[in-house]
Design a protein around this ligand. Structure first.
Ligand code: SAH
Length: 403
């Protein structure tokens, strides 16, 4: 892009020498250490223009001195300032993308906006059969909640809009967003979404995360094709996403789903019944205890799915997380008959694909079993990876054959 000049009338945040490069490179996070100074006239939540040490315009962002990310960047074009119309256009583009992908329709569940990946750092918008759930993960978005809600109404007229927050992220941003219904009524009765021809009940009022793990949509189908006539153990099954795909799409002979949450297991049972699946059973028990007990009992399966919760939220705990992945995967492998299928996932963003693969290397060496990776997968297509922000890729899903 041609060199751009700073714009009059917008507070300036000046970058330190040599700190502008990644930001010219369109990474949306400007850390505290990148700044020489930020104009006092810009309060937290206000718009600033970032200027390089040679006085060149870099980007428009929103400042938040309470966060390690001192400014989140949204536009690299001096002619595209962060007006209400700008936010609306960004939302419209993200929604159009899901339409284009064929994911956005009345009975669907899909992620309409995935934060940085859609140029809206700090905002997640999930859609569940007409109902919208927002996650506000940045002050910049909290301050613009009214604009976002108005734009969503204009663009897709949702039946209801609710907001949720994640405590850890909010603390890092210095914000408090109480879970609330902003508009319409969130049904207390169950609602249903259809995914790959399977209906799932959603618990929008009290479910985990935003109610359903949309990011595994395509991995469920991909895994299912290896399950014909096989006995499948689905660890950390939540509402039965992989289990029901295994039974209904994959023709598994028997499926056992395990989750530690009673509520999830009740959901999974109702989902099985609703979809006419009679060869899946679900048990509420601690997964780590269950794995150990199954290994001790010498149980064997033809396929094991491991989709645990995040083992670490920080880089600091990465070694413990890797040990935990090693441990569950080793047990998973131990439960497999020769020629069995291991579907193993990690949703810890701090654990890289390479690290995760190294964990499997360790498991192969320690267990003396050959592990062949058949497919290396990531999150569903409504959770894209923005190449200028690799942090948008967090989910790893390896489908392996274990000899
Ligand atoms: N596979 C699921 C998503 C799994 S999310 C799907 O396709 O929808 C991780 C799940 O792990 C959550 O449902 C959570 O309840 C469960 N979980 C977390 N800790 C657990 C534990 N110690 N034992 C069993 N389940 C656990």
């Amino acid at each position: 892009m041609a060199q751009q000049q700073p714009v009059d009338g917008i507070p300036t945040a000046t970058l330190k020498p040599r700190k502008a490069q990644p930001l010219y490179g369109r990474h949306p996070w400007a850390l505290h250490s990148a700044f020489d100074q930020i104009d006092d006239s810009a309060a937290n939540g206000d718009i600033v223009q970032l200027v390089g040490d040679h006085g060149r315009f870099v980007a428009y962002g929103v400042v938040n001195r309470q966060s390690r990310i001192n400014a989140r960047l949204y536009s690299w074009d001096a002619d595209q300032p962060l007006t209400d119309d700008f936010w609306k256009r960004k939302l419209a583009a993200a929604i159009d993308c899901r339409r284009q992908l064929g994911l956005f329709h009345e009975t669907a569940g899909c992620r309409l906006v995935y934060s940085e990946a859609d140029g809206l750092s700090g905002l997640i918008v999930d859609y569940f059969a007409g109902h919208v759930v927002l996650q506000i993960n940045a002050l910049a978005m909290e301050k613009r909640l009214d604009v976002i809600v108005a734009a969503l109404n204009e663009l897709i007229a949702p039946k209801s809009i609710a907001v949720r927050g994640e405590a850890g992220i909010q603390k890092a941003e210095g914000i408090t967003v109480e879970a609330a219904v902003l508009q319409g009524e969130v049904p207390t009765d169950p609602i249903y979404i259809s995914e790959n021809g399977i209906e799932f009940e959603l618990d929008l009022s009290g479910g985990q995360k935003t109610g359903f793990y949309l990011d595994q949509r395509e991995n469920r189908v991909a895994a299912a094709k290896y399950f014909s006539g096989r006995r499948v153990l689905d660890m950390f099954c939540y509402s039965g996403g992989f289990s029901l795909a295994a039974a209904k799409l994959g023709g598994a002979s028997e499926v056992i789903g395990i989750d530690g949450s009673d509520r999830a297991i009740e959901l999974a049972r109702r989902n099985a019944a609703r979809n006419g699946v009679t060869n899946a059973r679900f048990e509420s028990v601690d997964a780590f205890d269950h794995l150990k007990a199954q290994v001790d009992a010498g149980e064997k399966y033809d396929a094991v799915i491991l989709d645990p919760p995040k083992f670490t939220k920080t880089r600091r705990n990465i070694n413990e997380a890797l040990k935990a992945y090693f441990h569950v995967n080793r047990q998973g492998v131990n439960l497999l008959n020769p020629g069995g299928i291991l579907v193993t996932c990690s949703c810890s963003g701090n654990v890289s694909r390479e690290d995760f693969q190294m964990t499997l290397l360790g498991v192969a060496q320690k267990s003396g079993r050959d592990i062949q990776i058949l497919e290396q997968r990531a999150a569903a297509i409504d959770h894209p990876t923005l190449v200028t922000c690799p942090e948008t890729q967090y989910l790893k899903c390896f489908i392996c054959r274990v000899e």
